[in-house]
Design a protein around this ligand. Structure first.
Ligand SMILES: Cc1cc2nc3c(=O)[nH]c(=O)nc-3n(C[C@H](O)[C@H](O)[C@H](O)COP(=O)(O)OP(=O)(O)OC[C@H]3O[C@@H](n4cnc5c(N)ncnc54)[C@H](O)[C@@H]3O)c2cc1C
Length: 291
């Protein structure tokens, strides 16, 4: 299989109109490949994963069927039990096996720098109060910032636009952008202009496989609240055209036969974990839409 790094690099630079630091972008792509190699060579990733077609398209590692979780899921596109969850558990296992520790319910609040400006510690709070942790390096991986209105307003003012219909946000309550806030406090320069805040249409969560299959099919017609025809947009646009529609809403109109056809066409789509039969979820579309 071809190494896609060069293609992804070019696409990314093109879409961000050259505003992204090319060295950093290359480093991310290379680190991704190194990480997967490390997982395969040192931690037997191939034992639990297969390299298979992905639910979203393309190829990638897919977790093996995990009976404990997978057979309980009413819809395999909704976790836990999918590949991301599986990988997180695997990494947790590697960390603990190697003597690492996790401090749960502990919130990082401030980064501490020494007189040379190098990171030397973090102030954290846990149920017992404040605590200081010394460190020689710190990886900031505090997730997204969509629950922090002040930050989102800086990155994408139309997201929480005053008077507009609220956007459905499916990120976790912990996505408050603490990593950014802590960085800014220490003078980190944040690029508010070129960063992207995904605001794609409701093609997916919290819907299950059947809803997704219908939305991504080409069947039916889309209309806005005024009854004007709208062209269905591809999944995952950075900013959905719904942002400018009245009420930020669009309807897909289908009759029963067409909906059934869309679901049947989804039969045989790649599973999110090999061995999961997705077809019953597509067959179950009427019950899913009824809910
Ligand atoms: C409902 C849903 C479905 C998704 N489905 C998919 C999918 O199918 N495929 C896909 O590729 N992606 C999916 N994503 C996106 C994917 O989950 C995220 O992109 C990914 O988890 C981001 O990883 P992260 O490590 O950057 O952040 P996170 O996974 O958010 O991890 C950040 C961690 O930092 C912790 N934290 C935050 N602030 C602090 C602080 N001050 N101190 C200490 N800890 C802190 C948080 O509690 C959290 O544990 C989905 C996301 C959601 C919400």
């Amino acid at each position: 299989m071809d190494d896609p790094r060069e293609r992804i690099f070019r696409e990314f630079m093109e879409k961000t109109e050259g505003h992204v630091n090319p060295k950093l972008l290359r480093r991310i792509l290379d680190a991704n490949a190194d990480f997967t190699d490390w997982m395969i060579e040192r931690h037997d990733l191939g034992k639990d994963y297969t390299f298979s077609p992905q639910f979203w398209g393309g190829f990638g590692p897919c977790a093996a069927y995990d009976w404990e979780y997978n057979h309980k899921r009413i819809d395999t596109t909704i976790g836990p039990g999918g590949t991301g969850w599986y990988l997180t558990n695997k990494l947790l296992g590697i960390l603990l096996e190697n003597g690492g520790a996790i401090r749960y319910r502990t919130k990082a609040e401030h980064l501490e720098l020494d007189e040379n400006g190098a990171i030397c510690g973090v102030t954290v709070s846990d149920p017992g109060g404040k605590l200081h942790i010394s460190c020689g390096a710190c990886v900031i991986a505090a997730g997204a910032f969509s629950r922090n209105r002040e930050l989102v307003d800086k990155f994408n003012p139309i997201f929480y636009k005053e008077g507009a219909e609220p956007v459905h946000i499916f990120t976790c309550a912990t996505c408050t952008g603490d990593g950014i806030t802590m960085g800014v406090e220490q003078g980190v320069d944040i690029d508010y202009v070129n960063a992207r805040v995904g605001m794609f249409g409701p093609m997916r969560h919290p819907y299950g496989a059947a809803g997704f299959a219908l939305c991504t099919s080409r069947h039916g017609v889309n209309v806005n609240k005024n009854g004007e025809l709208r062209k269905p947009e591809p999944f995952g646009n950075a900013v959905s055209h719904l942002a400018d529609e009245p009420g930020r809403v669009e309807y897909r109109i289908v009759n029963e036969a067409t909906a059934d056809r869309a679901e049947r066409e989804a039969f045989g789509r790649p599973e999110d974990v090999p061995g999961c039969n997705m077809n019953p979820f597509y067959e179950n579309w009427k019950a899913e839409f009824q809910q």
